[in-house]
Design a protein around this ligand. Sequence first.
Ligand SMILES: Cc1cc2nc3c(=O)[nH]c(=O)nc-3n(C[C@H](O)[C@H](O)[C@H](O)COP(=O)(O)O)c2cc1C
Length: 167
Amino acid sequence: MPRAYDLHMTSASTSAVVIYESLTGNTKTAGEMIAAELTAAGVPAVACSTKQVALQQLSEANLVIVGSWTDGLFLFGQKPGGIGRLSKLPVIDGKKAAVYCTYALETGKTLEKLAGVVGRRGGDVIGGAAIRRDRMEEGVTDFVDRLLGAIDNGALESNAPAAELRS
Ligand SMILES: Cc1cc2nc3c(=O)[nH]c(=O)nc-3n(C[C@H](O)[C@H](O)[C@H](O)COP(=O)(O)O)c2cc1C
């Protein structure tokens, strides 16, 4: 099958929702940038807060991206901020998911913990990114490039293997 046809089929059938947990706005900003870059690349995406999840778009999306801030003692004990709310997100059984966290210095196991939370809501996590708060643009662009590459490579197909988490 010609590649152009593949790409057309992919973009026509793919949409994403970014759900962010944000205290001072960085993770919200990153989430809105991720949604805007995905949309500009042909994957319609919306960003919403954990406090007001876009349920209609979530039910239609085949990629769910969940973001949080890094909460810890800066050099150890890190975990996703707002983990209580993240643990109560709507169930997304069978949907492909990706995670990101924003941070200042060091993320520890934040991404892995966030992937665990999303997995327990039924998401099939295909990857993730740690985005440093003072390097937001390059972090977001790199993450979106990897997501688009994964989409082109069929990572959203139901039987695609999960990728390693990378930051
Ligand atoms: C209470 C608190 C604890 C934090 N702990 C860490 C940490 O352990 N490691 C780190 O790199 N950043 C830490 N940060 C920084 C935030 O993770 C970072 O600023 C993040 O981008 C904030 O996202 P937000 O603006 O969406 O809330 C901490 C921030 C706060 C308020």
